[in-house]
Design a protein around this ligand. Structure first.
Ligand SMILES: *Cc1c(COP(=O)(O)O)cnc(C)c1O
Length: 669
């Protein structure tokens, strides 16, 4: 892997004396530093708020305090907040290394309260004759502590769980103990799944088996006869209305799951023939996740409401309408129908569902159903924050070039002259000159007319021109097209202590955007532009798409590293789907996880789940650490006998090896 970088505290003061293109941390040269000092004063936390769009995606939980640190208000407007930077520092003192996944239980509770309050408000506003009973889809975050907390916080609202597979059904049955809460059984089902779900009724749980394939109808009928249990059954409809965005392909006519209208009719007929039409009580649909447009949601509700009343008219004992998931999260804070955003809020969502269903039922004189939603993303995203540190950076060379003598190569003198002559009036022309001279220098080198050392100086001069021009460009209101990419060309690479595959697989798999920003120094201008590269050696282990006002941007504004000081970044809103898909990519394993809960006096660390040690990670792939140590011991013994290693070196090697096996898989700093 290409991590030949200097670390944050090694060799920081050394000026850029390495060959061009090498990896180094270059402190700003003096001229640059003065410029910074000038701008630093005028930088404010308000500018950081705007730059990182934290109000858009973070409210009411995340903001910036007067010290330039991110603060967390886990109970939203109900009071209490924490300085995230200080929290991280104090967790590190407790020996919890980065990357650190911090879960704010109060945020999870607040999300559940909010969702239920929105539906309660809509029910009151439209005088809806039924009730709302939400369920949480376990697949969205299967971690035990989270599911348990969710059930506990959801108790006052009889909040239930949705299972999409057999293992999830087992989790849901064991965890859900709220009387009256629903247990929705979706997904691919075999005989065992169906029997287990029916037997859950015997435990007093309201388990509803949702038919997603026609073959399941007979399986349910047979299981019902075998067990002598009258099940509660639902059908999942394939709607014509499609969600938009990333997941659009999983819905609509060709979706994997769900019954078409003719199939629904056939299912109802088969149940009727078996004397089980009474069991058919629920209609379900799911048009996809992260539905960014409210009109797509409305279309789906309208279609589903009609199917619902028709099923009631057919004689089914309809009681529930389950609108699935899809309630979106505004990752970029733009409040638009961009795929990383949404053009509606939770209240609009609840209002539209309640109003549409009420109208359809009233028109046909069908009793209003209990409304169910299966919101995962909207409940689980905000509660977790992934904090990681920067280990080093790689930048294009910076610094003021030393003056050139008369005898230097013409191309170097041209570049130097260009560098000196750059002003706010000619910077665009100078930029093109610099590019041309650099290209000439490379041709000269290729034909043997320029030494390696001179080529290095030419490149360094070119970058010096770019730096100077960049400073001018940043002061301009209007930037000409050909200079717009200067920031991208000159972007630094920030090496971060995490694995994208482990902690944010969606950024890699489906280009999902998450807000990422520094959690301190926000009263200081971020003068660098960078992309993030993680610890895995995959070239895909990088993040080079960041949220922006509209669309995405290829670089993130970041601060230069300071010697001996950590630089912390955080990824927000990543509590849904990310934690679970992370495979053991490159054997990095799980991060350290803590649960933080506010108390009247401050906060309390509720749960600490230590990240995987090397031994555990290797165990997942069937390596036994004793065997590994034994192999190393044998090899050292052999090397000792052949005199290739000293006894001290051998001891040290084995000790280090053993220590590694019992340590955290990420780099400790
Ligand atoms: C994934 C899924 C959900 C959750 O969707 P969100 O958009 O996260 O709320 C709900 N229901 C079903 C059937 C799903 O497959």
């Amino acid at each position: 892997m290409g991590l030949e970088t200097t670390t944050a505290d090694a060799g920081f003061e050394q000026l850029s004396t390495k060959s061009p293109g090498s990896v180094e941390i270059a402190p700003p040269a003096n001229g640059h530093r003065e410029l910074l000092a000038g701008t630093r004063k005028s930088w404010t936390i308000e500018k950081s708020e705007e730059l990182y769009r934290i109000r858009g995606w973070g409210e009411p939980y995340f903001s910036i305090n007067a010290r330039g640190h991110v603060t967390v208000s886990p109970k939203a407007d109900r009071g209490g907040s924490l300085d995230l930077y200080e929290l991280v520092e104090s967790l590190r003192q407790r020996n919890l290394g980065l990357p650190l996944l911090i879960r704010f239980s109060d945020i999870l509770q607040d999300r559940i309260e909010r969702l239920n309050a929105c539906f309660a408000k809509a029910v009151a506003r439209y005088n809806y004759p039924g009730v709302y009973r939400g369920v949480f889809p376990v697949k969205c975050n299967q971690h035990r502590h989270l599911v348990e907390e969710l059930v506990r916080f959801g108790q006052p609202h009889q909040f239930g769980l949705e299972a999409g597979s057999k293992p999830e059904l087992l989790i849901a049955m064991a965890t859900l103990k709220t009387p009256g809460a629903l247990l929705i059984c979706n997904g691919y089902k075999d005989r065992e799944y169906i029997e287990t779900a029916m037997l859950a009724l015997r435990l007093g749980q309201t388990a509803i088996i949702v038919l997603e394939q026609l073959e399941e109808v007979q399986m349910v009928i047979e299981a019902s006869r075998r067990l002598g249990i009258e099940p509660v059954v639902g059908v999942r409809a394939k709607l014509t209305s499609k969600g938009m965005g990333q997941w659009a392909g999983t819905t609509g006519d060709r979706a994997k799951f769900g019954l078409t209208i003719p199939e629904i009719i056939q299912a109802a007929d088969e149940l009727k023939d078996a004397g089980l039409l009474r069991s058919l009580q629920l209609l379900h649909f799911h048009i996809g996740s992260q539905i960014s447009s409210i009109s797509a949601i409305k279309d789906a509700i309208r279609e589903a409401s009609q199917i619902y009343v028709e099923l009631a008219k057919l004689g089914a004992n309809m009681k529930y309408l389950d609108v699935g998931g899809g309630l979106a999260v505004d990752y970029d804070g733009s409040k638009t129908n961009f795929y990383a955003s949404k053009n509606y809020n939770m209240q609009n969502y609840a209002n539209d569902i309640v109003a549409e269903v009420k109208e359809a039922c009233e028109e046909r004189s069908v009793p209003a159903p209990t409304l169910i939603s299966e919101s995962g993303r909207a409940l689980a995203s905000h509660q977790s924050v992934l904090v990681f540190d920067v280990l080093g950076t790689s930048e294009v060379p910076a610094g003021t070039p030393p003056p050139l003598g008369e005898k230097e190569h013409l191309i170097l003198r041209n570049l130097y002259e260009t560098y000196q002559s750059i002003t706010a009036d000619n910077y665009q022309e100078a930029y093109h000159d610099a590019i041309q001279f650099k290209e000439e220098a490379i041709s000269l080198f290729n034909f043997g007319y320029l030494s390696l050392r001179d080529r290095a100086r030419a490149e360094r001069l070119y970058w010096a021109c770019c730096h100077k021009i960049q400073e001018i460009v940043r002061q301009q209101e209007f930037v000409h097209d050909d200079l717009k990419y200067l920031d991208d060309i000159m972007a630094s690479i920030y090496y971060v202590n995490m694995s994208v595959f482990q902690s944010a697989p969606d950024t890699w798999a489906i280009d999902q955007l998450f807000p990422i920003m520094p959690i301190h120094r926000l009263d200081e201008e971020p003068t660098r532009r960078g992309t993030l590269a993680d610890l895995t050696c995959d070239s895909d282990g990088k993040i080079d798409k960041f949220i922006d006002k509209s669309d995405v941007k290829p670089v993130l504004e970041l601060h230069p590293l300071k010697q001996g000081e950590p630089y912390y970044l955080a990824m927000f809103l990543a509590g849904a789907y990310q934690e679970i898909m992370g495979s053991l990519h490159n054997l990095f394993g799980n991060e350290n996880v803590v649960h933080i809960q506010l108390t009247p006096k401050g906060y309390q660390i509720e749960q600490v789940v230590k990240g995987d040690t090397m031994t555990e990670v290797l165990g997942y792939v069937q390596y036994d650490s004793e065997d590994l140590v034994e192999s190393i011991r044998k090899q050292t013994e052999h090397a000792l006998q052949e005199g290739r290693i000293s006894i001290q070196e051998a001891q040290r090697l084995v000790q280090n090896y053993e220590r590694c096996l019992s340590s955290y898989t990420y780099l400790s700093s």
